[in-house]
Design a protein around this ligand. Sequence first.
Ligand code: AMP
Length: 189
Amino acid sequence: MTAGPMVIVFLGPPGAGKGTQAARLAADLSLVKISTGDILRDHVARGTELGRKVAPIMERGELVPDELILAIIREELSRMKEVRAIFDGFPRTTRQAEALDELLAELRAPVNATVLLEVPEEELIRRMLKRAELEGRADDNEETIRRRLEVYRQQTQPLIDYYSARGVLKRVDGVGDPGQVYCRIREVI
Ligand code: AMP
């Protein structure tokens, strides 16, 4: 017996807590967390061809080309016998969202829910600067953080309407301690 396909998308600006919350939800619901940011950072750390290509883009806080991201997603999905996934940091553009819908339609596993974590901008900057001290991420410096927030507003924020129109958007207040935020997520999932 299987639990059936399930797909959850985490949406929200950088620093909103998507990675932390997605990891916890994935563990509780037996889903595989697919974080394109983590996958790319792993390529950079290993010095692969893809890693060398994307490192300067990530350091500037820009988005990696859709085709490279979609190749990663196709590979991740092809490894699953049954699609039970949480996407963290993907999709980030309308093109990516449309491609994901097409891939999922083939697999008969539509997006069940999109969790939008809402956090005010000053709080996001504060969190990312703190993360810079703890994790030393190359893109967690003030200049790049501002660029990433701008890129989010321009390219990713339109996905709020995209998923809202499909009736799957769940808005969650992302301010507070991680446990509190997780409780709010469980109220809507
Ligand atoms: P994240 O850890 O999700 O904040 O991603 C870190 C960086 O990786 C981003 O600033 C982008 O340069 C790149 N990246 C991650 N996911 C994507 C995506 N879905 N589309 C394009 N670029 C991405």
